[in-house]
Design a protein around this ligand. Structure first.
Ligand code: SF4
Ligand code: SF4
Length: 411
C-alpha cells in the first residue's frame, strides 16, 4: 500500500514503524474473514483491513472522528488477523500507534474517562485490587450484572494450597501478576508445585507486579512502560544470579513481557536489559514439553476427564504458540478437544469485556456454545482473563490447564 505520512509523525520512530507496516499491507482482505468483530457486525470498518485504512488516513493527516475511535475501540487486539495475513502485517503494533494518535485528537466523554482511569489505576495495583475483589464477592448479589460477571463466586475459586518449600539448584522466575492472585490464587501455586515435582524451584520477585499491559493498552503508555521498568529492576538481580527462564502462567502477560525488548528499545538505560528479559520469557506450555518424560513418569495415567481447551488469543496469535497445551494434556492421557472456531477470541481481551460489554458477551456465548458442544466435564485455558470471562457464562468449571496437571500429581 502506498503511503504519504503527515509531517507530525513522518520522521518519528513510531511514524517509521507505522509506515513500514502500512506498506506491507496489500489490501487482499484475507484477514477480514477471521476477524471476530467483522463476523459479528459485518462492517468493513470493524475488520482489520478497514481499521488499517482508518489509521492510514489519520497518519496521513486526516482529523480523526469519534467514529474512527469507535471502530478502533471495538477491536479486541486479538491479533487473529496477524495469524491469517500472508504479508506479515503487524496489525497489533499499528493499532497501538493508531489508538494513541486518535485518542489525542478525540477527547472521550467524562464517564468513559472516569471508567478508564479507574481501570488503569485499580487493576494493576494488588493492594487496591485484592480488597476491592473481596468486597465485590461479599456484595455480589447487589452489583449490576455486568460487574457480577467480573467477580468470581467464592465457591468457584480453587484455594491456593501449599507453595512448595524445597530448594532446588535449578531456578526460574515466576511472574505473580496483578489480578490473577486475587481472582484465581491456585494457578501460580499449582505451577510452583508442578515445577517442584520436576526439580525446578520457582521464585517470585516481591517487587514485580503488573506486566504493564493494562496501562499500556488503556492508552497510558508512559505508565505501562514504568510498570515494565519496575519489573526489569525486580528481576534483574535474579537473572544475573542464573535464573533459567521467566515463567508466565497468564498468556496476556507473557505476550507483553516478550515485547519489552521492542517497547523499551528507545530507552538507553533499559533497552539491553529489556531484550534479555524478553528472550528469557516463556509461557508455561513452552517449558513443560522439555520435562515430558519426567512428568509422565510422575503422572502415571491419573487423569481421566473429558476436557475442552480454549487457546487464548495472546498465546495462539500474540505469541504464535499453538498445539503445545493440547500435546502436554494428551501425553498425560487427557481426552482434550479444541472446539469449532478455536481461533476466535472469547471476548475477554483485557479490559474489553468492561468497555465493550455487548460484543464481549456475544463472543463469550458463541465460544461457550462451541466449547460445550463436546459436553466437557471441564473447560481449560491459559489466561486468567479468558478463564474468568468464560466462567461467568457457564456452570461447567473453567480452570487453568496447569491445575489439571497439578491435581494429577496428587496435589
Ligand atoms: S490479510 Fe494482511 S495484507 Fe491482506 S488486507 Fe489483511 S492485513 Fe492487509
Ligand atoms: S485484532 Fe482481532 S478484532 Fe482487531 S482487527 Fe484484528 S482480528 Fe479483528
Amino acid at each position: 500500500m502506498q503511503t504519504n505520512l503527515a509531517d507530525f509523525i513522518k520522521n518519528t520512530r513510531e511514524g517509521r514503524e507505522a509506515d513500514a507496516i502500512l506498506r506491507a499491507c496489500v489490501h487482499c482482505g484475507f484477514c477480514t474473514a477471521t476477524c471476530p468483530t467483522f463476523q459479528l457486525l459485518g462492517d468493513e470498518l470493524d475488520g482489520p483491513r478497514g481499521r488499517i485504512y482508518l489509521m492510514k488516513q489519520v497518519l496521513e493527516g486526516k482529523q480523526a472522528s469519534a467514529k474512527t475511535q469507535l471502530h478502533l475501540d471495538r477491536c479486541l487486539t486479538c491479533r487473529s488477523c496477524e495469524t491469517t495475513c500472508p504479508s506479515g502485517v503487524q496489525y497489533g503494533r499499528l493499532v497501538d500507534i493508531g489508538r494513541k494518535i486518535v485518542d489525542a485528537q478525540v477527547p472521550r466523554p467524562l464517564s468513559q474517562r472516569l471508567l478508564r482511569t479507574a481501570l488503569k489505576e485499580v487493576l494493576p495495583r494488588r493492594w487496591l485490587f485484592t480488597p476491592a475483589m473481596k468486597a465485590g464477592q461479599l456484595l455480589r448479589p447487589l452489583l449490576p450484572k455486568a460487574l457480577q460477571d467480573k467477580v468470581p463466586r467464592q465457591s468457584q475459586q480453587q484455594p491456593a494450597g501449599l507453595w512448595p518449600t524445597a530448594l532446588h539448584a535449578r531456578k526460574m522466575l515466576l511472574l505473580d501478576g496483578c489480578v490473577q492472585p486475587a481472582m484465581s490464587p491456585n494457578i501460580n501455586a499449582a505451577t510452583a508445585r508442578v515445577f517442584d515435582a520436576l526439580g525446578v524451584q520457582l521464585v517470585v520477585a516481591p517487587k514485580a507486579g503488573c506486566c504493564g499491559a493494562i496501562r499500556f493498552h488503556l492508552n497510558d503508555q508512559a505508565g505501562g512502560l514504568d510498570d515494565m521498568r519496575r519489573n526489569i529492576d525486580a528481576w534483574w538481580p535474579l537473572v544475573e544470579a542464573g535464573a533459567e527462564a521467566i515463567v508466565m502462567t497468564a498468556s496476556g502477560c507473557g505476550v507483553t513481557v516478550k515485547d519489552y525488548g521492542h517497547l523499551l528499545v528507545a530507552d538507553p538505560a533499559y533497552a539491553e536489559k529489556a531484550k534479555r528479559i524478553s528472550a528469557l520469557t516463556r509461557d508455561v506450555s513452552e517449558i513443560l514439553p522439555d520435562f515430558e518424560a519426567a512428568l509422565l513418569q510422575k503422572l502415571d495415567g491419573k487423569i481421566n476427564q473429558r476436557v475442552a481447551y480454549h487457546p487464548p488469543c495472546t498465546l495462539q496469535h500474540g505469541q504464535q504458540i499453538r498445539g503445545k497445551v493440547e500435546a502436554v494434556l494428551r501425553a498425560a492421557g487427557v481426552d482434550v478437544t479444541l472446539c469449532a472456531d478455536s481461533h476466535l477470541c472469547c471476548g475477554s481481551a483485557g479490559t474489553y469485556s468492561v468497555l465493550q460489554p455487548v460484543l464481549s458477551h456475544q463472543l463469550r456465548d458463541n465460544k461457550l456454545a462451541n466449547l460445550q458442544a463436546s459436553a466437557p466435564e471441564l473447560i481449560v485455558s491459559g489466561n486468567i482473563g479468558c478463564i474468568t470471562h468464560l466462567q461467568s457464562g457457564t456452570a461447567t468449571p473453567v480452570r487453568h490447564w496447569i491445575e489439571l496437571i497439578d491435581s494429577a500429581l496428587g496435589n
